[in-house]
Design a protein around this ligand. Structure first.
Ligand code: FAD
Length: 406
């Protein structure tokens, strides 16, 4: 009998999971999205894809870029991918030394990265002040895309492969019998399924809670602004990050998209969000953003005079160690998790979908899934004050991975 597989949540992750299941012909695939595809966290993502020559990033990013090229060819749609390269900006010698290790690793992998003096770095970005810099690493493979367009690519191709896409389809209950998933309730109708993959992003924990699964993920505010800079940037201007300042940025329609990974991030409970929360944003949070803007303006003085076109503050799911949950939780057969993407969801959408398809096919995952084991926090997950502290610290942890000196 054909295996029936439900994917719950149609963000970048659910749509990739659906495509991977369909492309492997693993069964009759149904994707349920309560509103429109991409309407949760994905639509307002900055869409940066940052390549790094480390095992948990290199393979997934190269795979994603290959996958996108194939899907674009097949569907005639575009993801908006632009390979601009990314400047890793160093304000001091320790930071530059961290980037040198990346540089050596990039060269070993035959990727033409460059270590740059402050003046050379400023030559790659018209707004960068060389006097604020110690040096930089130019990483050639990074760039950005439009996350909503990538959702459309995954979904169009999945549908071409026979996937049933159900929008305006809210799943209110997952059903299990005798320790095995048997179906779900959607818009009041009970539907039978052999496997259910939960890709509900921030809302995944609510979906699995009544099955005894406590997910160690929580929501934080995460934000960027769009600046109307002068001179305008070209579409080929490299994006940048400065780990010491905990900021990143890239060109956006000639202006600058400037974001940060803030310390002690403000927590968000799904119960505090309006329902529905489709294509919605949180209030501007200038108090949190101001110190990061100050650091950015030291590197790019022109930001001080640039009108702010938009402040984008969205909720997003973080975990204590910055890794997602991908795999099967203990205790219920047929339940799979692919959630808690920690601000990398677009970047690891391809590899996450691949891992779930490998697992459902009963094969060894192509990308290591060990760091993503759903049960890795053991009983700590029940300690709410520990969890809240870890989640709040999680966004800024990203820069400590890039640069241990931060
Ligand atoms: C400001 C900001 C900037 C970011 N920048 C980047 C970046 O540069 N690069 C990068 O890789 N990542 C970035 N991210 C992170 C990335 O956007 C997320 O990791 C990713 O979008 C998460 O995708 P998702 O599919 O897990 O969640 P979502 O996009 O939230 O999708 C989950 C979906 O599930 C649906 N759903 C929930 N409950 C139900 C239910 N009961 N029934 C049916 N459907 C349901 C929701 O409606 C939603 O559409 C950024 C995030 C933010 C907030």
């Amino acid at each position: 009998m054909t295996r029936r597989i439900a994917v719950v949540g149609g963000g970048i992750i659910g749509s990739s999971v659906a495509w991977h299941l369909a492309s492997r012909n693993l069964g009759d695939i149904h994707l349920f999205e309560r509103d429109q595809l991409g309407s949760g966290t994905t639509w307002h993502s900055a869409g940066n894809i940052t390549w790094k020559p480390v095992d948990d990033n290199d393979g997934p990013v190269l795979y994603l870029l290959d996958l996108i090229a194939g899907l674009e060819d097949e569907t005639g749609l575009t993801s908006g991918w632009r390979e601009t390269g990314r400047l890793f900006l160093a304000r001091d010698a320790d930071t530059l030394e961290s980037y040198s290790a990346f540089h050596e690793a990039a060269l070993e992998r035959d990727f033409p990265a460059l270590m740059l003096s402050p003046q050379e770095a400023a030559g790659h970005h018209p707004l960068l002040d060389a006097s604020a810099l110690h040096g930089a690493w130019l990483n050639p493979l990074s760039g950005h895309l439009n996350p909503a367009d990538l959702v459309a690519l995954y979904a169009r191709s999945a549908r071409n492969l026979g996937t049933h896409l159900h929008e305006q389809s809210r799943v209110t209950e997952l059903i299990s019998t005798g320790g095995r998933m048997t179906g779900l309730v959607c818009n009041g109708e009970t539907l039978g399924f052999d496997d259910i993959v939960v890709c509900g992003g921030l809302w995944s924990a609510d979906l699995v809670a009544n099955h005894g699964v406590k997910l160690a993920q929580g929501g934080c505010e995460h934000f960027y602004i769009i600046l109307d800079v002068d001179p305008r940037l070209s579409s080929t201007t490299p994006s940048f990050l400065s780990s010491a300042d905990m900021i990143y940025g890239r060109e956006e329609v000639g202006g600058v998209l400037l974001g940060c990974f803030d310390e002690n991030a403000d927590l968000i409970e799904t119960s505090d969000l309006p329902d529905p929360f489709s294509f919605s944003l949180l209030d501007e949070n200038w108090d949190k953003f101001a110190p990061y803007f100050k650091g950015a303006a030291e590197l790019f003085p022109a930001f001080l005079d640039a009108p702010v076109r938009r402040f984008v503050n969205g909720p997003e799911a973080f975990t204590p160690d910055g890794n997602p949950f991908i795999g099967a939780p203990d205790g219920i057969d047929g339940l799979w998790l692919c959630t808690g993407m920690n601000s990398h969801g677009v970047t690891i959408s391809g590899s996450s979908g691949h891992i779930i398809a490998d697992m459902i096919a009963g094969e060894e995952p192509r990308f290591s899934a060990k760091p993503y084991a759903p049960g890795r926090f053991g009983s700590m997950v029940h300690d709410d004050s520990w969890l809240r502290k870890q989640i709040s610290d999680s966004p800024s942890g990203y820069y400590r991975q890039v640069n241990p000196h931060v």
